[in-house]
Design a protein around this ligand. Structure first.
Ligand code: 5RP
Length: 227
């Protein structure tokens, strides 16, 4: 089995393990990305078999996929709480802190994680790190504040790159830009998260601190749960 096939097998196994926590009547937060897609497909099968859920989507592509599978979508706008959410991550540590936003859906993903009573992250083992920060931190920025935010990141000693899609700017589902910021390996991710929150024009950043209930990681043969 090549590395990519093995990694996909791990993503799928973690996603399927997470689905077991979804109960009839739950409002479910749906993440974005390849691992979350395995979970959404598995949930779609359960819904076809009779599971009754409503779901809030973290991106337009997730909403479209869920609808195509017969999963009822509710708007995030009117939700005060979500029973359970299932999403992927770009990096995680055993202290349940994450970097997310590789797919650019970090703002809605963060709202969903914040509203969730049970926020489950599903990952293959390549996502586990001792310190966050090898993966650059996605930062969603309101376009008119782009240069200001870019300069503030440099002042915090980060290296900032505006995300592109081909030769155009990457635009999020919310109509904003993403800056991918490299701060090196993070000794104190909590402090950086607070500093980034304080920059006007930052809608959200990809450091998810204290927002996760459980991380389900597959190694291919085993499921390991961090909580
Ligand atoms: C999207 C995300 C994804 O969860 C993250 O990028 C992981 O993606 P994948 O499951 O494809 O490895 O945060 O914004």
């Amino acid at each position: 089995m090549n590395d990519e096939t093995q990694q996909n097998k791990e993503k799928q196994a973690a996603a399927i393990a997470a689905i077991a926590f979804v109960k009839n009547g739950d409002v479910v937060g749906l993440g974005t990305g390849s691992t979350a897609t395995y979970a959404i497909n598995a949930l779609g099968k359960k819904v076809a078999e009779g599971l009754k859920i409503k779901a809030a989507a973290s991106s337009i592509r997730t909403e479209e996929l869920a609808k195509s599978l017969g999963i009822e979508i509710v708007s995030l706008e009117n939700l005060s709480t979500i029973d359970i959410s299932i999403d992927g991550a770009d990096e995680f540590t055993e202290s349940l802190n994450l970097i997310k936003g590789g797919g650019g859906a970090l703002f809605r993903e963060k709202i969903i994680a914040t509203l969730s009573k049970n926020s489950i992250i599903v990952v293959d083992r390549s996502k586990k790190v001792k310190k966050l920060g090898a993966f650059t931190i996605p930062i969603e920025v309101i376009p008119l504040a782009f240069q200001y935010v870019f300069d503030q990141i440099l002042k915090l000693s980060g290296k900032a790159t505006k995300r592109k899609k081909g030769n155009k700017n990457f635009i999020t589902d919310n109509g904003n830009y993403i800056i991918d910021a490299d701060f090196g390996l993070l000794e104190k991710p909590e402090e950086l998260a607070i500093a980034l929150n304080q920059i006007n024009g930052v809608l959200a950043h990809g450091l998810f601190i204290g927002l996760t209930s459980k991380i389900i990681m597959s190694t291919g043969n085993d499921i390991i749960v961090f909580e």
